[in-house]
Design a protein around this ligand. Sequence first.
Ligand SMILES: [Zn+2]
Length: 429
Amino acid sequence: MRLNLAPEVATITASAQGEQVLELLAQDLLSKARCARLTTAHGVIDTPAFMPVGTQGSVKGVSPRELRELNAQIILGNTYHLFVRPGLDVIKHFGGLHKFINWDGPILTDSGGFQIFSLSKLRKITEDGVEFQNHVDGARAFISPEIAMEIQATLGSDIVMALDECIPYPCEYDYAAQSAEMTTRWARRCKEWREENAQRPTSNGQRSIKDAAAVASVVSADTRSLRTAHPTARQLLFGIVQGGTFEGLRKQSAQAIVELDFDGYAIGGVSVGEPEAEMMRAVESAEPFLPKDKPRYAMGLGTPPQLLEMIARGMDMFDCVLPTRLARNGTAFTDTGTLNLKNAEFARDKPPIEENCVCPACRGFSRGYIRHLVKTEEILGLRLITLHNLRFYLELMNQARAEIERGAFDQFRKTFVADYKTRDAMMIE
Ligand SMILES: [Zn+2]
């Protein structure tokens, strides 16, 4: 069955496709770095932007209030995880993802594809979609491009991603080529689903947006039928460029996806274990074909130097689990590299993790105390490092924006990358 969106939502969604969602504010002269403002239904995002990852509907260990205090403007939710637990019917019951997790700012959801390919068992990919057994209880489910759109409409996120196939590294050319072409066909289906549902006339002509939340919409996901509780106004749809590490395929994929005219463009299939030089080349191969007036999102990246290199290559948005995942391992980010606070050298260290940092950890606690908390597996230790690391990533984006605006980004990037010593323990697991 098809979603039956309220007409007001349809109007806003349709108009969003014609209106400018990205306002370019400054362009670096020596690189492709730019700063801009991206408008979403739940607020404005200053780019370059870092999006903390809320895998299970929670940025691990951090409350929404704390995210606000860190000036996080947007967070990411993983559709696959939320689909498996608690399930869409529960999130719908609470009125959508924003209400369920008590976050009223912008949310980007992925399509679920990446986790289906990396976590689930017994997956079978066909032109139609992906059949899989989830990694929690082994229940079977099926996600098609259309179902991925319906699920994200149910979640009510501000930015939704088209379903793509994320190929592993390394990957044969022929498979990468066929996969990228299928990703384009899937992207077209996502776009068509959007257009059909945005333009579909309904009998609920005079309903308000508030009433629209009660309008029945049916999701035919797997064997369950679900009613959408929270149709989203101005949900932006991003297409994803694939093509592996092959320059020609990246170019073709970018051209084909841009041809479909999305609200924004992501570069997927990077940071999947390939050498850093290959990752940079994948982005460089696709970027010239992306329109300048749309946001560009480099998915799943990366270390602080990698983020600055990606900004220099024209990317605007990033998400990465490193600041939260490494925090749980006792690792803190600083301007000169990472510190592993488990190390004995910090036992009697009185300064904060980083001088001049205004995060809750650095305002009140010494490295020695945080080391003690980590060594004794106190939850506070992991939380303090997480807050510091998130603030570090968000502040890096603030600095990047300021340097782009004053025309000094290229020097800032070079100096930062040169001073940043840590190269080990930085790979994404
Ligand atoms: Zn700090």
